[in-house]
Every structure is written in C-alpha cells, then in structure tokens.
Design a protein around this ligand. Sequence first.
Ligand code: ADP
Length: 648
Amino acid sequence: MAGGAARELEAILDAAVDPIIACGPEERILHVNSGTERLLGWDREQLVGRPITDLFPPRLHHFHGLSLPRYLLSRRKALGGRPTRVFARRRDGVELQVEVTVGATGLDGDERIVFTMRRMHEVIDSLEEPVEHIPGGPDSASHQETVDRLYRLLVENAPLGIFHFDRTPVITACNERFSGLIGTSKRNLVGLHLLTLRDERILACVRESLAGRPCDFEGDYRSITTGKVTPVRVRFAPCYSEDGAVVEGGVGIVEDITERRRVEAEREENLAQLDLLVRSAPVGIGFLDTNLRYVRVNETLARINGIPAEDHPGRTLPELLGEPGTIAEQGPRYVLRTGEPMVGQESVSDEDLGVSGPRRCFRGSFYPVRTPDGRVLGVGVLIEDITERRRAEEERAHLYREAQEAIRVRDDFLSIASHELKTPLTPLSLRLATLERRLERGENLDPGVLRHARHQLTRLTGLINDLLDASRIEAGRLSLHPESTRFDLLVEQTLAGMEGQKGNHTFDFEPPREPVSVHGDTFRLEQVISNLLENALKYSPDGGTIRVRLSLTDDVAVLSVTDPGIGIPEDQQQQLFDRYFRARNASTRSYGGLGLGLYISRDIVERHGGRIWVESEPGRGSTFYVALPTLASVRPALPQVWPDRHLH
Ligand code: ADP
C-alpha cells in the first residue's frame, strides 16, 4: 500500500468510533485504530506485534481446539455477519463485554484478520460465551438433517418417557425410556392403539389433549407385558399442525415417580414420627408466631392450659387464659424483643399466675425459632409441669427438717436425762454417807435422813420407769390389765398418796355425788392421775391450790386438774403430749423433767378409749382434762399386750 493511501486509510479507521484491529496470519496485531486505544487503554505502539489474544481473557484464548480468532472465523458463515458477544480484556485487566465481528482477507502470508468491536454499555452482567449453533443456513438440507438429529438426541436422551400419538389415537413415535417404562419394545409400541392400555383415566387425558387442553395423569401404571407396577406422572399436551390451526395429535411425557414417591413417603413418615414425638411428649410444646399467636400446641400443653389443642391456633395467651395469660406472655415477649432464649422460668399457678384450683408449679422455657438465614419466625414454648417434683422436693426438705429436729431432740434429751438421773444421786449418796457415819459412831439413826434417801430413790425409780414405759410405747408393748375400777376412789387414793409430796400446796377435791366406774388398768390410770398432779405441783408456786374435779356426762367421766401455775404458751399446747417435749417456759434449771409424763399419759388414756387435753393461759395456770368412757358404755375388753415389769 502506498504511503499516502495507508495514511488515508489509517485516518478513516481512526475516525470510526468502534475499535478495529487487524492482525496477520500468525494472529499478531498489525494495526489498531484510536477507538481500540480508547476502549482498551493501550497505546498503538504497545499493541503492534502482540498476539491478538492479549486483548481477551486467558480462558477465551482457545475454543473447541481453535484459537479464538480461528474459532470466530469458523463461525462467520453460520452467523451471517451477526456479532458474537464476548469479553475483551482492558490493559488494566478489567473485562468488558463487547460484540465482536471478525472478517478476513487474503490468503496464507497475506491473510489479514480484522476484528471490529462494539462496547455494550447496556448489558452489564451477562456473559454469554459463544454458543453452538446449527451450521448451514436454515433452508439447507444439512441444516434440516442436523435439526432432526438434535431433536432425536434430545428426545432419546431425555430422562423422561416421551411418546407421540395421532388423533386415532395411535402411538406414532416414542423414545427408549418410554418403551422401558411400558415394558415392551419400541417396535411393539409404535402403532399401538392407546385404547389397549385399558386405563380410563389415561384415555380421558388423551381425549383432553386432543381437544387442545393439556392434562396430567398421576397413578400406578401396570406393564402390559411384565405386570410390573410403576408409579408415574404423565403430562399430556396437544400437538398442533404447522399453521397452529388444528390439533393433529398429542404428546405424553412420562416421569417415573418411584423415587419421588419413596422420598415423599419417607418424608411423610418422618413428619408423622416427629408429630407423634411432639404430640406424646410429656412436656408441653407450642409454637407462637411473631404476633404471639399460637400456631400449634401438643396435647400436654393443651392439658396444662386446660383448653383443647384445636382451640389454640390463632389465639394469644391472654385471649386463651385471661389475666394469667398476660403474665405468662412476658417470657415470649422478651424472646421477641431480644432474640435471646429464656430458659427455666419457674412459676406457681396460684401465686405467680393467679389461677384458681389446685396449686401447680411450672417450668417454662422460651426460645426464638429462626429460619436458616437467621430470621425469627416465632417463639418456641416448652412448659413442664413440675408440681410433683416440687412436692417431692418439699417433702424431702420437710423430712430433712424433721430429721434435724429429731437429732436436736435426742441431743437435748440425752443432756436432760443425764442431768435428771444424776440430780438425785448426789443427795442420796450424802444421806447414805451420813447414815454410815452415824452407824459407825453408834449414834441413833435419824428417820428423816432415811426418808430423804428413799425420796431420792423413788425419784430415780420414777425417771427410769418413765424411760422404760416410753420405750415400751414406742415398741407397742405397753400392756394394760383392764378391770372394773372405781375411778372416783382411784382419784381420792392418789391424792391421799401424794400428801407427803404436796408441800405447802392445797388439794381441793370434791368427790362426785355418785360413784364413777370405768373399765381400766388401775395401776396405769393412777399413773396418769399422779402425773397430772405432780405436774400441777411442779409448775405452780408453792402454796397454791390445785383444784381437782370429776364429773360424769353422757357415759363419759371427765377428770380435770387445775393449777394456778406458769401456764403453757398457746402455740405449744398441741405438742405437750409428744415424746420428750418440754414447753419453752419450763427450763431444765427451774423445773426438772424428761418430757415423758404426758406422752405416756396420752397413750394410756387413748388406749382406754379416752382423750386427754389442756386448756391454759401462760402465767395464769392450766387445766388438764382426761375423759374416759364409763363402765356402762364400754364395749369389748381392751386389748392385752405383753406383760411388763415395773420397778416399784
Ligand atoms: P415433764 O417431766 O417435763 O414435766 P411432762 O410430759 O409431764 O414432762 O410435761 C411436758 C411439758 O408440759 C412440761 O415440760 C411442761 O413444759 C408442760 N407442762 C405439763 N404440765 C404443766 C402444767 N401443769 N403447767 C405448765 N406446764 C406444764
């Protein structure tokens, strides 16, 4: 090319907006216009001599075994001058989508390949690499052949059974997959009248599609030849004539849904198991949506709420439970507000929730239920009825307290008992020493000293007897020897027997006008009377009057012993008759005693069919009552237990 013409051509090319690049047969750049410089960011001098592929991303350098320029050239005919969309690469590495048209002139060493590019401003995110197109013009015979071949491939390789039928309806074509599903060869199928399938629902679909309406069939297909049953889904569709005016036949697309059915069945089974698991869980399970309306609850939660499960969906806790529901809703509200779970909230139905009826304890946990991407769908509710557990805990705590109390009582008793048993010993040994001394000296013996010694001995004996009796009662071995007894006389005798003990006290006894007889153990009843009298003496100031009365009402004899003593605090009156119990105003230092007398008395009285109780005011005195059935009212003899021995 003459220099002038070349410059002129160069100027013409530079005037074009779009990049134009020319390269030689070895695909190295010979010329670029200024549009190329502008678009791709290179200087002309830098590009000349470089491989043209430097202007494209490396992954596009080769296509189907050809270099990119050769590949694009090979498609020239098929594209008929239309551009190919491709990514070009700027000098800074940025990829731009461009439309490329490639042309060539000359042969061999003179060959020039010319790229014309156009930047696609409007398309920003679709990379469409050059795709396969059917070679040859649409009208050529080879084109038609390729189309047919492609369709055949498409139909044969489809993972679906495909068949075509005409209006008769007779199958006119099908693929291998279809013949496999039907269980017979393609040859047998083509020409088969669909009526012979003898399936009314399939035939109905065939008729529908021939009437121009697509139709679906789903069911089990039984192979005509093998009898094998396959669950299938068939989509029937009409096939129109080329001008689209008439339905010439139809096509059926058959899908083997064995696997799908299996997966569905498995999923259903899993869901059913899950449902069962939730439904029969021994904890209340529920789900609240983001408006705090129940979506679902299991039976246990329905029972806890006292409302049928089916009445829950769509309703809020306050709507279901009223005021207690508003309180219970605080947990789920917190979860929605913070997105944090709230675990192990304990509440008591009457105290915390204000619910009437038997007291129940609950433990509730609330947690956010989220989608995999973290969105909160609602609140999961777990409620456990822990009434029984609480009760057991309280029972354990109660037993523990009782055990502690028993230990305390035992320790107290041991220290009191040793003190009580020791107390008479010192005076006793003193008296005995005095007696010994006098005897040695040949002096006269003082009966007073002897009396005192005997008194201490009696006291010791009484204490030991009480201990023995208490242990017999515990073992259920305190025996009674009941007989007809004049209770009024027994009271008189006991009073008389205590003359020596009463000090400056006065006994005020008015015998009843008529005799009072009971069926009882004289020795044991006397023990009860003397215990009451001894207590009256012990717990009242010296010189006080002890009032003793015996009355007879409705076949019941009631003995009362009233003293003007220290009285008994009201809250302790019930416990006086318990083993080892001593009221807090009866300190060991001021008043000796083991706390056994009333315990033994109660056992004796009750085993006589009677009752013992106290009326008292602290600081003002006490009255002890013993009520016994009279002889006339007594029915069978009292039970006899083991004979026992007493120290007298
Ligand atoms: P004790 O040997 O301690 O007197 P009791 O079983 O006879 O044992 O009495 C139990 C407790 O009842 C006494 O420790 C005392 O606190 C109280 N009590 C019994 N009788 C009287 C009474 N008459 N006045 C005041 N307290 C009494």
